[in-house]
Design a protein around this ligand. Sequence first.
Ligand code: NAD
Length: 365
Amino acid sequence: MLCNRRVFIQHSLVTTALSSSYACQRKQTIVSPNKKESLGIALVGLGNYASDLIAPALQLTKHAHLAGIVTGSPEKIPVWQEKYGIKDQNVYSYESMHQIADNDDIDVVYIIVPTGLHAKYAIIAANAGKHVWCEKPMALTVSQCQDIIDACANNKVKLSLGYRMIHEPNTQSLISYRDTKPFGEMTSVSAASCYSGGEPSGWRADKSLGGGAMYDMGVYAVNGIRYATGQDPIAVTSARHIIDRPALFKEVDETTEFQLKFQNGLLANGLTSVGKPDNHLRVDCESGWYQLSPMQAYHGVVGERSDGVKLDVFVPNQQAIQMDDDALAIINDTAVMCPGEMGQKDIRIIEAIFESAATGNSVSI
Ligand code: NAD
């Protein structure tokens, strides 16, 4: 599995090198007067995504900077301090992270641990009075999502999810078509967020921590169907899990297919897999179509329309754009682009997909 994740990561590091001023150029005079220009971010969990994507992206952001770390791996501390100039007083363990409450260098705590632990650490961060950024998928259950939302609301801090695609310009063009309707009404939607050759290990093989294709990758297809349509489905009409390599997938799903139904009768077909390659978001309409393929990758999200229009804006670093957008929402006290309720709706749908796959029934949402 990590083989293909690594390929994504390597490509991203190459594009990162090309992108030094991109994030700064994108936003112009958008910080309100007398506000902080850049927020201090503490990363919780220094695994692959934090190390290979988020920390490098924080070297490109204009409105966020890496200020602190929370880790359970003492051997990583000197490496990170040396590489990113992190002060001794901004280094925490999972047990001491609540003390971030007393640290003015840190404005935001970014949760990048296994999905099954998001709620635990997001709530500690919110109770410390810090804004919370939380990776996708938001949590394992609707109830855990609600706990995160409540903790952030009670502590009057903002909550943003790490749905990087929603900040990506080609994706934003596709989203805009739900209003401009260049080819009339939608007739069907199809989304696949997959990669091939995945071999689950660590928490990705552990159901209780959020392993399996549906939570890890399928959330992109669910979220993509929702942002393409601008609607919430009313039912999962069918879902099934497919295991092609039973020796590797004893506890978590390898491939999951599902169909979502909307109030207006529209149907969307979804697919997620860590065993087969397919990565697209396609909308068919009365008089044409448009699609992104890949719809979800660290770079190179591109698309086309049936009239020949290309969706091919070059994006050097998605994570830098995402974090600058999210930091500006805090600095200017405006609405975040990916709030907790968005993540919770996706988890509600994922829970219904699992129920449909287990029972063979259609499940109302
Ligand atoms: P990873 O396994 O590489 O890193 C996980 C980190 O959590 C490690 O540092 C590990 O030490 C730490 N951790 C703390 N408690 C743990 C426990 N009890 N068990 C296992 N690990 C524990 O995983 P990752 O790929 O970095 O993913 C982390 C999060 O980031 C997940 O929520 C994942 O969905 C998300 N993610 C998002 C994207 C994206 O594009 N937005 C990409 C990759 C991962």
